[in-house]
Ligand binder design. Structure first.
Ligand code: TMP
Length: 208
């Protein structure tokens, strides 16, 4: 799909520091004169924010894996149509907290048929891939410490078994092998500034 802007996504488990790094990248790019918007999934458009309430509520309904997957894609379609594509067509940089890579990791559950459906929906329905993706990596203990202290009523990784949490962490890392041209893993266990510097350097490579 041809557009003038750039589409950058951040991925990783809850508590990996995505929202902090998203904000730092926005500030750093703004100070260099780039026009960027920050958005998130599920959410980022009126329809998708309505679906977010259904999808991430702590007491969420027990959807089947397939129904949940379709809801994430319905939310994504609205977000792409209403928010992301108009901004990209205007030449803006869109920085998005989570996108289809999160569905690949959380919803495929290692099942081949769901994985195939995700790729089909991504290529035929969403038809938009990021130009650059940062996979933020943190160990499971730090993730749990950080997310347990949040009081926003959202569903969190703390509800996952430790075995499933490790699968999710490794699932995100594997994306760097599946999409080596756009996915870069950044450890956020070191200093905030150091991670932000690496993220900005890599971003400037696709902007210059
Ligand atoms: P957030 O707390 O990072 O905004 O993400 C909300 C939750 O939604 C998070 O636990 C991961 C989950 N999620 C999925 O399971 N599949 C998806 O496709 C997306 C975008 C998020």
């Amino acid at each position: 799909m041809a557009y003038k802007g750039k589409f950058i996504t951040f991925e990783g488990i809850d508590g990996a520091g995505k929202s902090t790094q998203v904000k730092l990248l926005q500030q750093n790019l703004n100070s260099k004169g780039f026009d960027c918007i920050v958005t998130r999934e599920p959410g980022g458009s009126t329809g998708s924010e309505k679906l977010r309430k259904i999808l991430v509520d702590k007491n969420k309904y027990n959807w089947s894996n397939l129904s949940e997957l379709l809801l994430f894609f319905a939310a994504r379609k609205d977000h792409v149509e209403k928010t992301i594509l108009p901004a990209l067509n205007d030449g803006k940089i869109v920085i998005c907290d989570r996108f289809t890579d999160s569905t690949r990791v959380y919803q495929s559950q290692g099942k081949q048929d769901l994985g195939e459906l995700i790729e089909l929906l991504q290529s035929k329905v969403i038809q938009l891939d990021p130009d650059l993706t940062f996979i933020l990596r943190i160990n499971s203990e730090i993730s749990l410490q950080r997310t347990n202290s949040r009081q926003d009523g959202d569903w969190r990784v703390s509800s996952l078994s430790s075995e499933r949490l490790m699968q999710v962490i490794n699932g995100f890392s594997d994306l760097t092998k599946q999409f080596p041209n756009r996915c870069f893993e950044i450890s956020t266990e070191t200093s905030l500034e150091e991670s932000a510097k690496k993220i900005l350097e890599r971003t400037m490579e696709i902007l210059e």
